[in-house]
Ligand binder design. Sequence first.
Ligand code: F6R
Length: 244
Amino acid sequence: MIQVHTYESYEELSKHAAKIVSDQIRIKPDSVLGLATGSSPVGLYRELIRMHQEDGLDFANVTSFNLDEYLGLDPKHAQSYRTFMNQNLFNHINIEIAKTHVPSGIADDIAAMALSYEQAIRDAGGIDLQILGIGSDGHIAFNEPGSDLDSRTRVVDLEEQTISDNARFFESIDDVPRQAITMGVGTILEAREIILVANGEGKSAAVSDAVQGDVSTQCTASALQNHAKTTFILDKAAAAGLNI
Ligand code: F6R
């Protein structure tokens, strides 16, 4: 059963999500966080930066693992998820960059990289708190419709809808990579706690499918119904399709 918390605005949902993350870090300073990119968590990251700068929230012992990376993009590329994380969070807090992990989109042997990424998560003790967004097609990480609900870290083809949703970050839609490396649904479900942030009416159908639809590979976020501790943190527009 997915818990749902709904807020008036994006600012409020971001603050609430940041409070959950900061409580986790204060209770366990060496927490292992799972992190997402995209627009949805930017407000949450902004609030974490404020908490670090103004309230002394300490990331010195935190380890992080990101969900995904575009295949073929160098970490230094302006649109890589590594660059996104550095710019939107890591450069502004005291996390050790060596303890931040983003899958490599340019490894010579991507399959071996995927296995070692999973091993690194296990070696770190598993993910304490995973932050997710949701795609308008119901994806979590880049687990597009049709992905197995026990899938692991691997290379995937992006759906046309995801490519067009993400084209806003690139000069042209032709520049959006067609493939990515992503943690699997099974990898994500092993996190001890999961929060999913979503805002805007463009997410309302995916949110209601995930929370109230059948558990199905057609909406990989629906697999979260089988997770012991998952909370969706929404604004009113993203929650509009729910019968609550
Ligand atoms: C990003 C990720 C994706 C996004 C989703 C929503 O690391 O894994 O699943 O969370 O595509 O993206 P935004 O937040 O940009 O709408």
